[in-house]
Design a protein around this ligand. Sequence first.
Ligand code: FE2
Ligand code: FE2
Length: 173
Amino acid sequence: MDVKYDVRRFRGRQQVGSKRKVRREHEDRLIDELLRDLKSHERVLEMKKYMQHGRITTFDHCESVAKLSYRINKRLHLNADEKVLLKAGMLHDFFLYDWHRDEDGTHPWHGYHHADKALENANKYFEMDEREKSVIWSHMWPLNITRFPKSKEAWIVCMADKMISCVETLFKR
Ligand SMILES: [Fe+2]
Ligand SMILES: [Fe+2]
């Protein structure tokens, strides 16, 4: 066996691993900075009171979707607007109620209607541009079959939401 070759390969893998770690830490810091104001907003913090999937709160779900959207864009070099991805990702489920409980019948058909409620709240508490609104509006496609995502950002958040929801539902119960 060529020992030198193996050692080089091992060192190579170590270097790739540590480069990835540094890149991820750098990205995490950047994301935290970009999301800081939004994540400390009183109404956004309210999402910590509601459970989304399994033991994951709506706040944590939204943060995961925002971060994954950012990373998909970076890794696949999609050139989407990072600020739109993070802001709309963080607010895509800003509906502010427990969707598991509907004793008073105020939010029937949650799957179909919560994007509108999230959008209503986002407009009420933040200045939203058309691209950000469109991301929230279409994030439940294809359940909301007529709401086809109309931009790169809308596609990325829509896909990131599906991936995060699957992981949360299957592995974070
Ligand atoms: Fe949603
Ligand atoms: Fe979601």
